[in-house]
Design a protein. Sequence first.
Length: 477
Amino acid sequence: MAHTRILQARLRLDDPHNCTDVNDTLTVLEALYDALVRRDETAGFAPALATGWEVSAEGRVWLFHLRDGVRFHDGAPLDAGAVIASLTRMARPDMGVTLGAPGVYSQYLTGAAFEAPTPSSVRIVLAEPMADLLDLLVYGYIVAPSVLDNPLARPCGTGPYIFERAGEDFCRARANADHFDGPPSHEGIEWRKITSAEDRLAALENGKAEVANTLPSGVDPAGATAQTYLSPTTIIYLFNAASGPLRDGRIRRALNLALDRAALVDDVLGGAGAPLYGFLSPAHVGYRAEDHPAPRPEEARALLREAGVEGGLTLDVDCPTSLPNEAEALTAAIAAQLAPFGVTLKVKIHEDREAYAHRVRRSEIADLCVFDSSPLSTFRVLCEKIDSRVQGSWWLGYANPAVEKLIDKARVTIGDTAREKIFRECHGLLREDPPWLFVYNHLRRVALRGRHPDWRMRRDGVLDVRGLPRIEGAGDG
């Protein structure tokens, strides 16, 4: 059997009910599993294992109608009981783990009732309304009951590809000819971990792979179709708004007004980025494209004078050595930009990235820290990082009552257009009273062997093997 080879920087066969926004992990999970819904590039969400759904006026009761005739890879039928078993596992406080912090999903699903009105329908009754529940359920992968106790031992879902085997640097899957969307385009898929972008590029050009992700910026591989896409993960600095000088919103705003983001993209990323002017990326619902202000140095200086720190301000910065990998260079570049404003950055380097994430989760940071914001869900970003009433894992003392009123309004607003308007209001308010130092999004490069002018990377930055076009000579290298 010919396996189409996909090269990527990271490869991890993760638990399907852990919380991840890592695109290299999601491409594997979404090949092996289906959820009730999937992302639609033009209309929000589209049917997957559910053919349709209904939601109550206040966003608390959801009813999903399951697709007929679907079977797991082990032959067991998909029914309401199997769906509820997976959703119940997903909602456990020990699941939904990201960077060592568990319970990401349980904060939304604790107290929810999962019911089966019929064998082919599932009702979810939430403890609190959540009009954006589909933002969670798109990651609610449904696992075969036979392996639910340990899905990593033998991954088994309903997805378009069936798991074969995996090792430290590879994972193989074969086509599921009985998938409800029809047989996939490739006989099999083999993901390969190659950490060097230059080595991934060389393997693609030498015919040893059909797809290579996260390539060097600006390259046009010979004999391949390359595409640049925006990573929705935003690169930011979290402000400590609980103690120290950054409790003062004037200083937080001054730092954002002083920053020349376009210069940072050029100097630190060699142009492979998009400046970030608020808490949302262009891929997020509620992003305001018109909010692209140039640096306003005089206004920044006036705010620093008003805050009483025009004579000089020293800020302690926690900085990891990875995620983002350029964190040290970025911090140095920002320090150089802020120096003319009398702002000095005193940097502490952290080499253990997971331990660093735990420090942030425990609020054990100085004045600010290099971090990212990865959920594509605008509602999740607001709840997990901004809402002072929730005080989520990555909340650092910020509070904005006007924004919190809008969060409550969004929670019960079912209409997508109306909810997007609410999120746009949040975007504007949080630009004026920033909880973070907004920096940029990365631009990534991906390439497929051959000519594929109509193929596009998904909005969430995940390489979707379901939509991967046929590639001549796949598996021959």
